[in-house]
Design a protein around this ligand. Structure first.
Ligand SMILES: *Cc1c(COP(=O)(O)O)cnc(C)c1O
Length: 214
């Protein structure tokens, strides 16, 4: 399955984050040996253990909910944090990045699913977060875009609508706060069941797990 999906994301110039949570190291190495270098994990401890054990040219993306007191464990090496949903979390990431003398790329996570309670901001909260940053700049984080998870449903049109919503949030933030910022460009949306819809709706980064590792 890997080569088929990698070919597809390549064709549309979309970044493939291989979600390796719960997968053992040898299984991850199979993808690594086929050229995959970006892996996504949703737990801090699991990601750190894998980071220690795996080749150092892997870029590790944290895609799951992140607690403030755990940022310190990943700040030295994490390539991107997809799950920023508060200014307070952003401040902690900034502090830990400064300690490590680096800038950490992050995405703002939005709540786009209609149903279950999932983590994430709404657009008003994101705008107020951006206003706070205007007055209190954070120099060791880089906001590179947005992330969201669609509803867990077979209703493709519902999923498509939610992706359209996230794309519209990206466009709004881009025009209000990042018009001249070429690094604000990522829309992280799409998983195993819906990455094709997500790409059609403007995704730049898909997070695919089960379909790759099956
Ligand atoms: C697990 C997970 C994925 C991948 O899900 P699959 O359905 O296995 O592709 C993507 N994003 C997040 C945030 C996840 O936790």
């Amino acid at each position: 399955m890997y080569s088929k999906i990698a070919e597809y994301t390549n064709k549309y110039q979309v970044t493939l984050v291989a979600v390796s949570k719960t997968q053992p190291l040898p299984t991850i190495m199979v993808l690594y040996d086929q050229g995959q270098r970006i892996f996504g994990e949703n737990r801090v401890q699991e990601m750190s253990e894998k980071y220690e054990a795996m080749p150092k040219d892997i870029q590790w993306h944290l895609i799951g909910h992140l607690q403030k007191n755990k940022v310190k464990y990943i700040a030295s090496y994490v390539s991107m944090i997809h799950s920023v949903d508060s200014f307070e979390l952003l401040e902690v990431i900034d502090q830990q990045a400064q300690k490590n003398n680096r800038i950490i790329p992050v995405l703002l996570q939005f709540h786009i699913a209609r149903e279950e309670t999932k983590f994430g901001l709404n657009i008003k909260e994101a705008q107020s977060l951006m206003e706070t940053i205007k007055h209190q700049p954070l120099n060791h984080i880089k906001i590179c875009g947005v992330m969201g998870m669609a509803s867990f449903t077979d209703d493709k049109e519902k999923v498509r609508k939610e992706f359209k919503t996230l794309k519209s949030y990206f466009d709004l933030l881009k025009s209000e706060y990042f018009a001249d910022d070429t690094e604000f460009k990522e829309i992280s949306m799409g998983m195993s069941s819906d990455y094709e819809i997500a790409i059609a709706e403007g995704s730049t980064m898909v997070r695919v797990g089960s379909a790759l590792f099956g």
